[in-house]
Design a protein around this ligand. Sequence first.
Ligand code: GDP
Length: 326
Amino acid sequence: MMLYVEGMDKIVVLAGGTGSVKLAMALYRLKSNSGNSINSSKRQDMHLSIICNIGDNIWMHGLYICPDIDTIVYGLAGLLDRERGWGVSKDTFNCLAQLAKLEGEQWFMLGDKDLAMHIIRSMMLREGKRLCDVTGYLCSRLGIDARVIPASDDHIETRIFTDAGDMHLQEFWVKHKGMLDVNGIAYKGIEHARTCSSALHAIEEADRIIVAPANPVSSILPILTIRGLGDAVRRRRDVCIAISPIIGSRPVSGPAAKYMKALGYDVSPVSIAEMYRDFASSLVIDESDRVLMDEIKAKGMDVYATDILMDDEEDGVRLARYLLEL
Ligand code: GDP
């Protein structure tokens, strides 16, 4: 059970990787008021809980890797390699080079420092600990003053169906560089997955739920499809606000367009409204998409337009502040 300080807003973020970490870091920066350019009078006291996608988790070399959780944890700990968008900054790859000698070519990059996290996590999981407790432990060791919560303790796997067969999302995106045509997507194991009680509790208690800009198909829908979790968010729809990962007819980055098309959606913020409208009452789109506001309202969502591109930290802080003040 979480302990909350009276009077402090409880903010919950549903998060994937790339876009989500930019927003999560900005919220965390507002909360902890680190960074010179933020006026101390504008410090925002809040409890921050980040519920992370687990659909891209994967076992490799006997280690359990949780790419979205890791990115958020490294981001909040100030360790993230921001240029690459994953892993630990200034990491080296000596272990990987040795693995390549012993095992053959490696397609999944794992840095030497990064490996420490996976070693400890895997060891604790083998001892029978739950992923949410392991994640909490790692966060506390790294001095993170926020809760990073896996959407479930159970293993689910986003599988991408291509002409070359069906494969783990990481294999499609990293090994095959997202080049194959996508025919379909499935969340393997999701029917047996249950959400963590800490995720449910955070959602129930939230003053605001923010669906971060993330891949809707491979990050947000897997979270919302986990038994109990989607229903909990649906019950809090009135406080749930989503940010579009699509500007115009393109995602800011990543394979969202391919996945959306494979599910039969146009690549547009209007489709994001269709996908999220049962869970969120509001959608934030980019200024440049103002013409779509009426169409999105007709889908049953309130709609706001602002600059939603986070090119740097200041952009992220501005968007985070906008979301808190809406
Ligand atoms: P994910 O990061 O695990 O969800 O996987 P992807 O890399 O596939 O997706 C990242 C998503 O975040 C993409 O759909 C991007 O369009 C979105 N994104 C990344 N950066 C930004 C940003 O600065 N603003 C917005 N609005 N979306 C972003």
